[in-house]
Design a protein around this ligand. Structure first.
Ligand SMILES: [Zn+2]
Length: 206
């Protein structure tokens, strides 16, 4: 009787999981869904999926608050809201690893310092490129800006559709989820909150 050498499962330490382990796992899934991982059309698929996952989840290697370290003080006394509108993002839900696609509106009222606007988009991207639920994504973006810039207030609104709702289970198309996180003056002052929501609803969210 032959003893089949069984590969030990990789440990959960990211450093010890190789791309080969991931490709093996993808081949397992392909077999399980009824495919033949050896057929020509699928021969490069495990490697492509591994690379795609590296990209989808590149946010784990990033520290979003680092993006906000470089700030500008010379604002000539600008003390009104800064709003970056409709930042597109893609994320993945942590329950099904299914795509979440949507847009984020990120506003803040500076206390003294402002940040390059592209950095706000990078914060959204870094948190989106992890497994998420939309509520946490919204809170994490607002929290990072609040800690790094210490502004008078931060407001984040996210509108997104979840493929795990549209593509499986209840299969509801055209449904989206809106979440908001308001900190500082946006939380305490009704006028600020209304100003933010009015600026968001100018041409959107659509
Ligand atoms: Zn899901």
């Amino acid at each position: 009787m032959h003893q089949i050498a069984k590969r030990l499962p990789p440990t959960c330490e990211p450093a010890t999981v190789t791309q080969e382990d991931v490709e093996d796992a993808v081949r397992t899934i392909l077999t399980w869904i009824g495919e033949d991982p050896a057929r020509e059309g699928l021969s490069d698929t495990p490697a492509r999926v591994a690379r795609a996952y590296r990209s989808y989840f590149s946010g784990y290697a990033q520290e979003p608050e680092e993006f906000l370290k470089k700030t500008f003080k010379e604002t000539a006394g600008y003390d009104e809201m800064v709003l970056l509108r409709k930042i597109p993002f893609q994320s993945h839900c942590e329950h099904h690893m299914a795509p979440i696609t949507g847009h984020a509106w990120v506003g803040y009222v500076p206390r003294e310092r402002v940040v390059g606007i592209s950095k706000l988009a990078r914060v959204v991207e870094a948190y989106a490129n992890r497994l998420q639920i939309q509520e946490r994504l919204t809170a994490e973006i607002a929290g990072a800006i609040d800690r790094a810039l210490e502004p008078l207030g931060v407001a984040v609104l996210i509108k997104a559709s979840h493929q795990c709702i549209s593509g499986r289970g209840v299969r509801k198309h055209g449904v989206d989820l809106t979440t908001t996180q308001m900190l500082g003056c946006f939380r305490t002052e009704t006028g600020r909150r209304q100003e933010f929501l009015a600026m968001v609803s100018t041409e959107g969210p659509d």
